[in-house]
Design a protein around this ligand. Structure first.
Ligand code: FES
Length: 293
């Protein structure tokens, strides 16, 4: 078969298929197809109806879908206008009651966190307040501070060149000469004499002048305050400077077994200016520029 014949045959097939499609579409749009009334039926129907009915039907047959949609929109607009006119008052918004709608999970965790933190801070503050007010009986400054055996303390004084420092008690311990006891008994109170009778004296490190820590002076064998030059002999009796008295002291408590503790809760005011029970003079160069009085 030649090419021209094939083309002609294809054109013929296309034309036939197009004719069949056209015929099918024309049949679907034919109002006289299935469901359409025959001319006799139409005549009988018209004879049984009034002229008004026929006229209304004719008008309805000319009404398009757009007309029907426009009529519907118009009717709905009228309804909305009527509703708005009836209820034009604005109702104020009222927030919903949280208790009524319940507590969300986030609210629950937020409230729990705040509550626990508040409880923790309150507990800490209460504990600190009680601890601050509670008297500390032992173990720190303000209470009884255990130092050790009396013999060990005396050995410590010698080892320290005449001075033994107890930081927990903020105190110095020095030796008290037995030959000075008669004079001491006329000056010092019984609770201080307990230590002196045992050969020691416990002195507060706090300068009676303005409160500086008073260091020892190994060369003079005195205490000499670096702040304003107050000087005290080895048992804390004032020798010079602006201090108003000798060094304050704490009672030493000595058990029958020789254990010594310092009662730092009892501050005994130092002796008056001029008290010099030991008669000790400076044993070497001073550590401060203060004059000896
Ligand atoms: S504080 Fe010690 S002399 Fe002033």
């Amino acid at each position: 078969m030649s090419t021209a014949a094939v083309i002609a045959l294809a054109i013929g097939v296309v034309v036939v298929l197009g004719a069949i499609s056209f015929a099918t579409l024309a049949r679907k749009s034919d109002v006289r197809g299935a469901g359409a009334l025959s001319s006799e039926a139409v005549k009988r129907d018209k004879a049984g109806r009034s002229a008004a009915d026929v006229e209304a039907e004719a008008a309805a047959s000319t009404r398009t879908g757009a007309d029907a949609e426009a009529e519907g929109v118009q009717a709905r607009s009228k309804e909305l206008v009527q509703v708005g006119a009836e209820d034009s008052t604005l109702i104020p918004w009222t927030p919903p009651d949280p208790e009524a709608i319940g507590v969300s999970r986030r609210q629950f965790f937020n409230r729990a966190t705040v509550t626990l933190m508040s409880a923790g801070i309150a507990s800490f503050a209460a504990a600190s307040f009680v601890a601050f007010l509670w008297p500390s009986g032992t173990g720190g400054f303000g209470g009884s501070v255990a130092v050790g055996k009396l013999d060990a303390i005396k050995a410590g004084i010698k080892q320290g060149g005449g001075f033994f420092y107890v930081p927990e008690a903020k105190s110095w311990i020095t030796a008290y000469p037995v030959e000075a006891l008669p004079a001491a008994r006329t000056i010092y109170t019984d609770n201080i004499l307990v230590g002196m009778e045992a050969g020691i004296v416990v002195l507060s490190q706090k300068c009676p002048h303005l409160g500086c820590r008073v260091p020892e002076c190994k060369t003079s064998q005195w205490f000499e305050c670096q702040c304003h030059g107050s000087q005290y002999n080895r048992v804390g009796e004032k020798k010079g400077g602006p201090a108003p008295r000798g060094m304050d002291r704490f009672p030493a408590v000595i058990s029958p077994t020789g254990d010594v503790s310092i009662d730092t809760g009892t501050n005994v005011t130092g002796p008056a200016i001029g008290v010099n029970t030991t008669g000790q003079e400076a044993e070497g160069p001073h550590c401060t520029g203060g004059d000896e009085h």
